[in-house]
Design a protein around this ligand. Structure first.
Ligand SMILES: C[S@@+](CC[C@H](N)C(=O)[O-])C[C@H]1O[C@@H](n2cnc3c(N)ncnc32)[C@H](O)[C@@H]1O
Length: 314
């Protein structure tokens, strides 16, 4: 980037711009405040999440409607799409309570979250001894399990979630039948999970975002004509142990019914999934595009390139 342009962009970070829009068929003015730091900054997911959409993002972004009311994302995961779109008004959700606690803490107490995360990262990185690092990882995992059992939702619990995600195996979130988080350490030499500017930018973005921790149907109950929903459920017939119960065929059928219902109301949607027979059948009445992608979590190397589909109703 040219030096002058970079200097200009750096300066705009300190600006708040107020835009007045005249409402359709009326003289009333609608006031909208835009923080330029938020608008300019490139935000990225703070966790590595199975099914993360960064790879498919360019395909998705070009399909997003140019105008919409409220943005809904019922299967938020790492939030790549939310961070790319930076909607003015949004309702986002995930069934995973620990993941949603991270978003909540980053929204409300970003500095305490950053401080707690920095302590964990420094403690892990200060040792060059792999055994010591694994021991530390396991001690954090134990504290995290105690926090889950006690339903403790603090900046520290959120920091432990992010630390375990970054130092653990491949962005997995896996719990045992007894509800204990049991992902092994990835034995990394160093971890870097504490990007302060990114976290503060996300915190600012989240000020306009309602965060929910419920089933996808409840998240979409207020979607109205003109709103836009991005559905990125766990895929059918691929790795889907996001929760101990998994996402069943009944869930896929339930999702397709919801999609049809909101579509009739005039809500626009984009949905991603695998191109299995069931999914192709469930969405046969909509536009379906097939896309080639690499799948990273699959033990069988020959199965690492699969077809994903993007379904939309506009
Ligand atoms: C494919 S991931 C989303 C990936 C995300 N778009 C990203 O870029 O990281 C699916 C998410 O759905 C969540 N989930 C699973 N079952 C759910 C349900 N019934 N309702 C809401 N969320 C659910 C999982 O916890 C997981 O985070």
């Amino acid at each position: 980037m040219k030096k002058e342009l970079k200097a200009l962009l750096d300066l705009t970070k300190y600006l708040d711009i107020t835009i007045y829009n005249r409402k359709k068929n009326s003289n009333a003015l609608e006031k909208r405040k835009i923080n330029m730091n938020n608008a300019v900054q490139n935000l990225v997911p703070f966790v590595k999440w199975v099914g993360g959409k960064r790879q498919l993002l360019p395909e998705l972004i070009q399909r997003v409607p140019s105008e919409y009311g409220t943005y809904f994302e019922p299967f938020l995961g790492g939030g790549a799409m939310l961070f790319e779109l930076k909607p003015e008004k949004a309702v986002v959700n995930d069934l995973n309570p620990q993941l949603i606690n991270c978003y909540l803490q980053i929204k409300e107490k970003p500095l305490q979250f950053l401080e707690a995360l920095k302590i964990l990262q420094n403690e892990y990185n200060k040792s060059n001894n792999p055994d010591e690092q694994t021991k530390f990882y396991l001690s954090v995992r134990e504290d995290f399990n105690t926090a889950i059992q006690n339903h403790t939702s603090t900046p520290k619990t959120a920091a432990m979630t992010v630390f375990l995600n970054k130092a653990g195996f491949n962005g997995l979130y896996r719990v045992s039948q007894k509800g204990k988080y049991n992902v092994p350490s990835a034995h990394k030499k160093k971890i870097n999970c504490c990007n302060r500017d990114n976290i503060l930018g996300i915190s600012e973005l989240l000020q306009n975002v309602e965060l929910l921790n419920c089933d996808f149907e409840a998240c979409c109950k207020d979607a109205r004509k003109g709103d836009f929903v991005f559905f990125d459920s766990p895929y059918h017939n691929t790795f889907s142990s996001y929760q101990d119960s998994g996402f069943t065929e009944e869930d896929h059928i339930r999702l397709s019914k919801l999609v049809k219902k909101i579509s009739k109301k005039g809500v626009k949607f984009i949905l991603t999934n695998s191109n299995s027979n069931l999914i192709m059948k469930l969405y046969k009445d909509f536009r379906i595009d097939e896309i080639d992608v690499k799948r990273y979590i699959n033990c069988d190397a020959s199965n690492r390139v699969g077809k994903e589909i993007i379904v939309q109703n506009f």
